[in-house]
Design a protein around this ligand. Sequence first.
Ligand code: PRX
Length: 648
Amino acid sequence: MVVAGHPPPPGFAAQANVGPEVYAEAAADPFAFWAEQAGRLRWDRPWDTVFGDAQWPTARWFGGGRLNVAVNCVDRHVDAGHGDRVAMHWEGEPGDRRTVTYAQLQDDVCRLAHGLTELGIGAGDRVVLYLPVLVQTVVATMACARIGAVVSLVFGGFSADALRFRVADTGAKLLIASDGQFRRGRAVGVKAAADEAVAGLDHVEHVLVVRRTGETDVPWTPGRDVWWHELLAGQSTQHEAASFDAEHPLFIVYTSGTTGRPKGLVHTTGGYLTHASWTHWAVFDLKPDDVYWCQADLAWVTAHTYVLYGPLSNGATQVVYEGSPLTPHPGRHFEVIERYRVSTYYTAPTLVRTFMKHGPELPAGHDLSSLRLLGSVGEAINPEAWRWLHEHVGGGRCPVVDTWWQSETGAAVVAPLPGVTTTKPGSATVPLPGMSATVVDDAGVETPPGVEGNLVITAPWPGMARTVWGDHDRFVSSYWAPYAAQGWYLAGDSASRDEDGYIWIGGRIDDVLNISGHRLSSIELESALVSHPRVAEAAVVGAPDDVTGQRIVAFVITRDAPGADDTGLAAELRAHVAARVGAVAKPREVVVVTDLPKTRSGKIMRRLVADLTAGRAGGDTTSLTDPAALGVVQRAWTAHVEARPGGG
Ligand code: PRX
């Protein structure tokens, strides 16, 4: 395949933070390279060793070093005389706005640090955040880091059940929630869901509540519940920050794996911050006068690294937007770019495809001349969407950085450097300096150009997750066991490399779905479905979708009597999954079947079902107990497609 490349515009290359020589420098001595990047941070005690692997695959970076993440992300900039620099242009979904400088952020972080201490939170304690994208959410992450508390952010769209799992799994002492949140223009209460999530969990000592929507009759448990504004009132803005070991845990981010139980990936302090900070500076070519905007919700890993820890450690000025990109109109993002003169816009392919549906008039109606760099993350960006973003949003002048990484990797791994790398629409290009990744077959042999294999990372990197919270064996077996002999990390994505060594990411090799850039596990969704009284068995697959990349299709065998009326079942199951997991996990389509293809050991062969929904020719069916089951599913799917509005 010959793909026309986009070299960096000469003007961009001339001013870029990072030049081409860095690849060779980093390759010559990756540890020295990362040590140099760690030097961009403020350390209270220098490290003794850059890297240690005595507990491999748990790595130890910057052993012996001590630092404070909040000091690096906030105080350092104030001390350098940038207290008046805007840290955040925050905008709420209803249109309310707040500008927060680094000095103001420091005041709030210090006040909350005192408040948290007053609530009995100390180093190593877990704090779960169930909050919208608010200034307070940023303050809370920084205040936790300041006192060494380990934070875990849970997406506000997740259900009480999903929240409860995370609160219980972390053994959190504190939950920070809001009275309510805005969802596509509507204020909805969330405190009741927060209460339900913590009911009976004795380790939760307090629920700290941020007033956001001004709900009346917020359910309240005296003694346990505390208002944020009351806790902060009267607290001092002076706070002595302790320093923490480079391997002190910083946050736990939950992600879907191949079982029904989400994995809590643990990220630590010195290595993670080094990786987050350098890649943010290099990949987004951050300049002091940039207005940077990463549109991800703070609870996703994207925002941990490229809204919270990366940009703040670099003293960036960012836009932080609370709401839906389509509320109150589909041009909201372009309006925001115009209002704040955004220079760097980091977005997701699914959103680009949504904008594309509205046509180029949507961005054309706004002054987007401030943009100089565009970014994409979450799934492979199809070349059409890449070109549309490049042309209609970036006016053809802005490099596009397609960044491949994962919750596990902590920060970007395969991505272009915007002033150096020639980009090819649809490829995340090549591993960043200091990173080693390639594509291999099951035996660990590099695949020839154009041949799909497994994406692996072949050398340790500072942002790598250190373990799965409470389940180290799972960390080892999920990522490290398949290539234990080589000591490589298995990413779980298929990929190929072209003649130029560019990496093209395919799909997941496991039962993980990617819906609008969100990772969901087939098995987790199937467990939610079979917990409904009418469902006996379920197979959940991702069918290709023009906008969301994949869409969830659930095939269910019901407990209903043969020939029973299925009307309303789909709606019932969608609501059930939303309540168990969250609205993001609702199946788009529900197809009732009488059988599912299974192996002799009883495992449902989702891949064959997924092939049907994608219109691919059937794969190997020799291991099926009853090959006729596939025909049953095929007929049900065909009938379902024909019955859809517009038929097929
Ligand atoms: O399949 C890959 C896809 O998203 C997965 C990671 O999901 P998560 O841990 O939720 O992190 C998402 C944001 C970092 C990967 O295994 N993915 C992410 N970015 C890309 C991508 N696939 C292709 N190209 C990308 N740029």
